[in-house]
Design a protein. Structure first.
Lengths: 628, 228
């Protein structure tokens, strides 16, 4: 109706004013309908005279026809429309042609002309007047197939069967990659005209290729990582896994996708149960959690693995997924054991100087005694010779008085009382010395020996005595050491590990006492005591050191924590003691400390260790039973 | 929109560009006391009318505002009945015409508006039957020294309705004087084509027409540009 009214007013020569214009869309619509004047809030509401705008009301943006008018163009002129249309087409980067219903090219833009020239065509081969269907049909060479497909699609659009046709095609040659997308669109009001547009999408294509390559790269990193990696969706289903993971669980990727983690791992191991769907929803992002569990493999074998879960958000912070790394821990357990042994040897190395001294002392007096014995041997042999002569002379009938005199003289040359008193002492001392050396060597051997794969019955008294022997040189200058071995029990344990713990306690005690006694010229006291208690054995090491300050006490079992000066302690001793006694043997460590000294008590169960993960031994890992 | 308003709304003089129809009926005791009140309390605001092509201002439409001693600024819907009650309708229109013409001359002198810009004044049904209307117009033009060509008077169909013959005769006189005549708010009332002839030479579409065009405008046809 508006349209009708407006054409009528125009016929009648009336000026038409649009009122209440609030937006540029309204303005543009009514302007196109023929309103030559307008008013409304879009320009300016009613205002006091002083606020009235001047001459031109600045519009938010000029209308296209206003721009044309400013450029001196009259939109009504067909000529201008044609020029304008051509200018717009030429400004496009895409190659554009307008086809008549039979496929004849009616108009092309600059990009079209340029492209056809650059690709060996003459201006006339693909220009106005040429039938584009023929161009496509007659295409030869690498692009012929694409061109034929284009021709078919184009015909469908020209005949009105389709409104739009789109095809991507490759225009690459030996020197460069070029990728295009061609679109043919029907112009509804154009009397059956079709607009054909060729867009160069090489950049997009290259970006896609690069993206695919980068994805490939990351995929191969993902796949070749020695660590098993698993991705779960918000419902707890496996969506991705890498090769290492497939190897650990012994299943191909196809079997894993869509299955649940519970199908792959037992949960009866250390740490929290593996995250399920509800955890993925509620767990804080980036909060990792670790557990040790057992992978169930179809071949019936099992692997102990360390599983680390991290919940991650996608980029928008919307959906959550869970990424789990799965590591075969047999190797790392083995490694931990190797490390423990290395540290044990290192401790022995550190004690070596003292041990050498310990061996040196008995060697020294064995040597002294041997010298004494060999010194005394000459006169004794001589006396034996005199005695032999005396016997012969008596047989030959020499005068007994003469013989007796010779014997008396011989005896006078050897202090027989002295020999009688000293030789047994020298012998027993030497024997004792040899025994001490033998003890030390035995203790060292006990220390250096790798632990058996299973706990074995161990005489705890002897074990502690060995430790005291090995450490004696560290102890004896700072403290008087008293021992009271009363356990009299065999305990199922890993003797090397326990020895190491006791040795650490002794060295710590010596250090503490040394600190307390420094400069006093006096020695402190270190007491080592073992006893049995029901089904447990207790080892206590006490010292008269300065005690452990309250602020240090909570940290003494932390790895790498040490109060010793640099180079004197690694901070591993008590941490390892904790790991050995509590984790591996299911025992306990108690610390009683005051300014007068410290007593550290180790309690070990007599039976087999209750610790969850023993040393690396396949026998410890239960295989999957039929109920799994 | 105009049809539901009180009598004063129908009269063209104060048709406000917005908000008139939802105003409550004015309290009866509000009235203009004297000519003094008129000059003290009544003032004009202006809204530009622009060329849709280049946005140049082609006219300024005057609207009346009453700064009521107690109610503050009020819309014409309050003022006009008060003027009627006080018998000051003619005086009000004369003042509006005078002020508006003087304002236009002032703007043209200072260069704020182009030399061919118009001032538009709304006239009510009462104005159109007022025998003094033509005198008031002539006085205003003469007083301001304004060429009549630059005065436009706007009337609504409702303004013409009570006595169309008299009203059209009045407008014919004004047209011969040189003023432009426009019909305002066209398209809501009878939209009678009978009015679309001299002396009417401009039609102002009602605002309600504009609001329907907010959707995406139809794409321009581009036939022709590529016709061979």
């Amino acid at each position: 109706m508006v349209r009708g009214l407006l054409s009528l007013t125009r016929v009648l020569g009336l000026t038409v004013v649009a009122d209440g214009i609030e937006s540029d869309m309204q303005l543009e619509a009514l302007r196109q309908l023929g309103c030559s004047q307008a008013q409304g809030g879009f320009f300016c509401g009613p205002v006091p005279p002083e606020a009235f705008p001047g001459v031109v009301v600045a519009p938010p943006r000029p209308s296209p026809s206003a721009l044309l008018a400013a450029a001196g163009l009259e939109i009504e002129s067909t000529d201008v429309r044609q020029h304008l249309g051509q200018a717009v087409l030429d400004a496009l980067r895409a190659s554009v042609a307008v086809l008549a219903f039979d496929g004849t090219i009616m108009a092309t833009n600059l990009a079209w002309k340029r492209f056809s020239l650059e690709h060996g065509g003459k201006a006339s081969s693909c220009g106005v007047g040429v039938n584009y269907l023929d161009v496509c049909r007659n295409a030869r060479g690498a692009g012929a197939e694409d061109a034929a497909a284009t021709a078919m699609g184009l015909r469908a659009v020209l005949s009105g069967d389709r409104d739009i046709f789109r095809v991507e095609y490759d225009c690459s040659d030996d020197t460069e990659v070029r990728q295009f997308i061609a679109t043919a669109t029907r112009v509804a009001a154009g009397g059956g005209a079709v607009v054909v547009v060729h867009n160069d999408i090489t950049a997009r294509h290259l970006a896609e290729v690069a993206l695919a390559e980068s994805e490939e790269r990351f995929r191969s990193i993902f796949d070749q990582a020695p660590l098993g990696i698993l991705r779960l969706d918000a419902q707890g289903r496996i969506v991705d896994a890498n090769r290492a993971l497939c190897e650990i669980v012994g299943r191909p990727l196809e079997q894993l996708e869509g299955s649940r983690r519970a199908d792959l791992f037992d949960d009866a191991v250390v740490g929290p149960s593996p995250a399920g769907a509800e955890d993925i929803a509620t767990q804080p992002v980036d909060a990792p959690r670790s557990s040790q569990r057992q992978a169930r493999r179809p071949d019936g074998t099992a692997r102990v693995v360390q599983v680390n879960d991290v919940v991650v958000h996608d980029k928008e912070g919307g959906s959550r997924t869970l990424v789990a790394t799965v590591e075969d821990v047999i190797d790392s357990l083995r490694l931990a054991e190797d490390l423990r042994r290395a540290q044990q040897m290192e401790a022995l190395g550190q004690l070596a100087g003292g041990i050498a001294h310990e061996i040196n002392t008995p060697t020294q007096y064995i040597s002294d005694n041997l010298s004494f014995l060999s010194d005394i041997w000459g006169p004794v042999v001589k006396l034996l010779g005199v005695s032999k002569d005396a016997v012969a002379r008596l047989r030959e009938g020499d005068a007994p008085g003469d013989v007796a005199a010779a014997l008396e003289q011989g005896c006078a040359e050897v202090d027989l009382d002295f020999v009688e008193a000293e030789v047994p002492t020298a012998l027993s001392q030497s024997k004792e010395g040899i025994e001490r050396v033998a003890t030390i060597v035995r203790a060292m051997k006990a220390f250096g020996r790798p632990d058996p794969s299973d706990p074995e019955p161990t005489d705890i008294d002897r074990l502690v005595a060995n430790a005291v022997t090995v450490a004696r040189n560290e102890l004896k200058y700072v403290a008087e050491v008293t021992t009271d071995f009363g356990a009299d029990r065999r305990v199922m344990c890993f003797p090397g590990a326990i020895s190491q713990v006791v040795l650490n306690l002794l060295v710590n005690a010596a250090y503490a006492v040394g600190e307390a006694q420094a400069g006093t010229g006096q020695r402190g006291h270190i007491g080592v005591k073992t006893w049995a208690e029901a089904d447990r054995v207790v080892i206590a090491v006490s010292d008269t050191g300065p005690g452990i300050p309250a602020h240090v006490l909570p940290r003494i079992f932390q790895p790498f924590f040490t109060t010793k000066p640099f180079g004197r302690g690694t901070g591993q001793g008590l941490a390892m003691a904790w790991a050995t006694v509590v984790d591996r043997h299911g025992g306990q460590i108690d610390v009683a400390t005051s300014g007068a000294g410290t007593t550290i008590t180790i309690t070990l169960p007599v039976g087999a260790p209750a610790g969850p993960i023993g040393p690396p031994s396949p026998k410890l890992l239960p295989g999957p039973g039929p109920d799994h | 929109m105009a049809g539901s308003a009180p009598q004063g709304e129908g009269s063209a003089i104060g048709r406000a560009p917005a908000g008139g129809c939802s105003e409550p009926p004015p309290p009866r005791h509000d009235h203009l006391d004297s000519h003094n009140d008129l000059s003290d309390q009544v003032r004009l605001v202006y809204q530009p009318v622009v060329n849709t092509e280049d946005h140049r201002i082609v006219a300024a439409e005057a609207f009346v505002r009453w700064s009521h001693p107690r109610l503050g600024d009020t819309e014409p819907e309050v003022l006009l009945p008060a003027a009627v009650r006080s018998g000051l309708t003619g005086a009000l229109t004369a003042q509006v015409l005078k002020t508006a013409c003087a304002q236009l001359v002032d703007w043209k002198t200072t260069g704020k508006l182009a030399a061919d810009a118009l001032v538009a004044v709304n006239l009510s049904a009462d104005d159109l039957v007022d025998p003094n209307l033509v005198t008031s117009v002539r006085d205003a033009l003469d007083g301001a020294g304004l060429d009549p060509r630059y005065l436009a008077v706007e009337v609504t169909e409702m303004g013409l309705a009570p006595s169309p013959a008299t009203a059209l005769a009045r407008l014919q006189v004004l047209r011969r004087l040189g003023a432009r005549i426009a019909i305002d708010g066209f398209g809501t009332g009878y939209s009678s084509l009978a009015y679309l002839k001299p002396p009417i030479e401009a039609v102002k579409l009602d605002k309600s027409w504009s609001s329907g065009w907010d959707a995406t405008p139809k794409p321009l046809r581009w036939s022709g540009a590529y016709s061979p």
